[in-house]
Design a protein around this ligand. Structure first.
Ligand code: 7TS
Length: 537
């Protein structure tokens, strides 16, 4: 990058901060990137200088705000290669952009016999949304396979995309695997079948040059907070003629042209899709983020991302206790690597890393079906941006040394003696052969997984409880505590559990681990209630 990393870092004061006694190493950029001064200064300029609603009053402040907000649309249109402002709708985020298309277009155009084609690496923002719209319309959903190397199987794409395909929604860059998908080829396959193509650019707009016309996307979605911009603002590019034909998604002020007691007509593009007072300062700040990134150069950003990913792959690849997901070294990646360390749950690892000032994400990263396919409950993901360095990756890799041993010390120092005791010596930590009921915990997004087994006597007393866990140390210890506590109690007691773990821990709740403590209680409570319900019927 022409603008060196140290110059870039000085634009991000937050990178100076410490976490405990450690210098922050921020490696959670695929979730949200940090924001440079050049972007958040916009807030001071706006609120200190010309804060007003847009498109309303004919007064100086409103005019200035309106012009800046409209120009922000031009700027983002240019950033993704759109032809004009009319093709750039501001939304809250990628999720809202996808919903706008799914509801505005999908709900009207899909029907029984139609198919929506997704990929197995879609983020829930796309997967869940299309699933719901397909259910409502009677359309089917099919998935393009992800192969062993973490890439889309293009032969399979050719089989799946066919005459029944009405929409293809494909993620440009996977937020879990780092794979860069051949969206142009996929758009071609879709267009040959007259299907619409939506490209989820949440991870690509921040990390590489995007040209929606070259890739021939009908729709392209992105989020400000992943591209050095603020939260609360995202974008939807749509081909002009498609946006013109589409129904609005939200109704109200700003998006109308003329309203009578019986009829309304819609404003021109893009305002037809921006109902109500929009995120004005956020939109203007997003344009500043586009300026900031273009100043670095998106080709340079892409190269930096890939260099860091390749470096991380090689450093992590030196270890035989690390399993890495996604394309192998040498294949271009976005700047992220998801992995697991043998014998240490992702949640525990991220706690240990946090102790060293290192921020990563652990869990399923909103790609649960992909994690199911990989047969893992979750993974740890390090994701990089323009300000990250290979030194920071070294710090991450060094912090993996001795993690398993450190976990023990960590728990003994940080957590209630009872948690530590149950961690060292879990009770009932094997399944029961003939349980009266089994309750699986499947709803956690942090990558916890396991099940409780219960043997219930004829009078409704809990004779034995057992559990099998692929969860973090705290959650596992809590499960163990609960099995011990509930033995000999009634099913009703279990079905009404509420805060017993807090009592057992004398109210000493670990801040960062709230869900790990309340989660197991909730699973048992639900399992007992369901069993009671079924017995009464
Ligand atoms: N699509 C992809 C590929 C994403 O990575 C994300 C967010 C979204 C859609 C949704 O974006 P939002 O701004 O609407 O939330 N991904 C992540 C992540 O990987 N960790 O936190 C958010």
């Amino acid at each position: 990058m022409d603008k060196g990393v140290s110059a870039i870092r000085s634009d991000f004061p937050v990178l100076e901060r410490r976490v405990g006694d450690e210098q922050l190493v921020y490696l959670d950029n695929a979730a949200t990137t940090q924001t440079p001064k050049q972007v958040y200064d916009v807030y001071e300029d706006f609120y200190g200088g010309y804060n007003a609603n847009v498109h309303r009053g004919i007064h100086a402040l409103s005019h200035e705000a309106s012009v800046a907000y409209e120009e922000a649309h031009d700027r983002l249109a240019e950033f993704v290669g759109a032809e004009c402002r009319e093709e750039m709708v501001f939304t809250k985020n990628t999720t809202e952009s996808i919903n706008l298309v799914a509801y505005g277009l999908g709900l009207n155009e899909l029907g029984p016999g139609d198919e929506v084609v997704l990929t197995e690496m879609e983020h829930h923002a796309s997967l869940v949304t299309w699933q719901q719209v397909a259910k409502r319309t009677g359309a089917g959903v099919r998935y393009i396979r992800v192969d062993e190397s973490g890439r889309l199987d293009l032969e399979h794409a050719k089989e799946v995309i066919g005459p029944d395909t009405a929409v293809v929604s494909v993620v440009h860059v996977s937020n879990t695997l780092g794979t860069v998908n051949p969206v142009k080829e996929i758009a071609e396959l879709a267009h040959d079948e007259d299907a619409y193509v939506l490209v989820d650019g949440a991870q690509s707009a921040p990390t590489r040059p995007v040209d929606v016309q070259k890739m021939d996307a009908d729709f392209f979605t992105f989020s400000g907070h992943k591209m050095a911009g603020p939260t609360g603002i995202g974008g939807l590019y749509g081909k002009r003629h498609l946006l013109e034909e589409m129904e609005p998604f939200l109704y109200g002020g700003e998006m109308i042209r003329h309203v009578t007691f019986s009829e309304s007509s819609w404003n021109g593009l893009p305002w037809k899709f921006e109902a109500g007072t929009p995120p004005i300062a956020e939109g203007i700040a997003l344009a500043a983020a586009a300026d900031y990134l273009d100043d670095i150069g998106m080709d340079a950003v892409r190269e930096h991302e890939n260099d860091l990913a390749q470096y991380a792959l090689s450093r992590l690849g030196e270890r035989d206790d690390v399993e890495i997901y996604g394309p192998p070294a040498g294949v271009e990646r976005s700047g992220l690597v998801a992995f697991n360390l043998d014998g240490v749950h992702g949640h525990d690892l991220s706690s240990l890393l946090n102790d060293r000032g290192i921020a990563v994400r652990a869990g399923d990263h909103c790609t649960q079906p992909l994690h199911d396919k990989l047969a893992i409950p979750g993974s740890v993901r390090a994701s990089f941006y323009v300000y990250n360095t290979t030194d920071e990756i070294d710090r991450l890799v060094d912090a993996l040394d001795g993690a398993r041993e450190r976990l023990d010390t960590y728990l003994s120092e940080r957590y209630h003696d009872r948690i530590y005791d149950h961690h060292r010596n879990p009770r009932n930590a094997s399944g029961l052969a003939n349980p009266s009921f089994t309750k699986h915990s499947e709803e956690t997004s942090c990558g916890d997984e396991g099940e409780f087994h219960a043997e219930i006597a004829a009078d409704g007393t809990i004779e034995r409880l057992g559990f099998e866990s692929r969860s973090c140390a705290v959650s596992t210890a809590v499960a163990s505590m609960l099995t011990e506590y509930l033995e000999g109690e009634t099913l009703e007691t279990a079905a009404e559990l509420d805060g017993v773990v807090a009592d057992l821990l004398d109210g000493e709740f670990p801040d960062l681990r709230h869900d790990c403590v309340v989660g197991p209680e909730q699973v048992i409570r639900e399992g007992a209630a369901e069993f009671l319900d079924a017995s009464e019927k």
